[in-house]
Design a binder for this molecule. Structure first.
Ligand code: HEC
Length: 147
């Protein structure tokens, strides 16, 4: 029969095993990482969907500037141009926002998320967005990441 001590030791060891194998920090946009995609789905719904659309469809007429000089939020699905950018740019754009990335004279409606989201949450939401692209778009985009 297992003693109490053995049971706690077992739980302890299982915990270490799980944290080592199942909960590695998410440090890249990886559509095949189920944990990242699941975490990213929640981040997307809470922080991105109100502008980029619940189905990643973007705002209507997203290519036409609004009267305040900003662009509407583009789609993040295959119809947009998110998949035309490499991972580094997508990460920087999400973390620093349009103000942090675009030339000074351009107005942006894309907020910076550096104070709201951790790097891990940003990689997770990008993993989720990627998981919504067609295989063709994923492959095209992946080829831009190879330097
Ligand atoms: C308040 C509205 C708003 C919210 C919320 C928002 N965005 Fe954006 N986003 C925009 C707009 C508008 C643009 C168009 C470019 C610009 O104005 O800088 C954009 C552009 C982008 C781009 C660059 C363009 C592209 O297609 O690659 C990325 C990446 C992006 N957003 C990711 C995100 C992510 C991820 C979230 C959630 C964490 C998010 N955005 C939340 C409005 C928003």
């Amino acid at each position: 029969m297992l003693s109490h001590l053995n049971i706690s030791a077992l739980i302890f060891v299982t915990g270490i095993y799980l944290s080592a194998c199942g909960n590695d920090a998410i440090t890249s946009a990886d559509a095949s990482n189920e944990r990242a995609v699941n975490m990213g789905e929640g981040v997307y719904a809470e922080h991105c969907a109100q502008c980029h659309g619940a189905e990643l469809e973007g705002e209507p007429n997203w290519q036409v500037k609004k009267s305040d000089g900003t662009l509407p939020a583009p789609p993040h699905n295959d119809n947009g141009h998110t998949w035309h950018h490499d991972d580094k740019l997508l990460f920087g754009y999400t973390k620093l926002g349009g103000v942090g990335v675009l030339p000074k004279n351009m107005k942006s409606g894309m907020p910076a998320f550096s104070d709201t989201l951790s790097d891990e949450q940003i990689w997770a939401v990008l993993s989720f967005i990627k998981s919504k692209w067609s295989i063709e778009a994923q492959q095209r985009q992946a080829s831009m990441n190879v330097k």
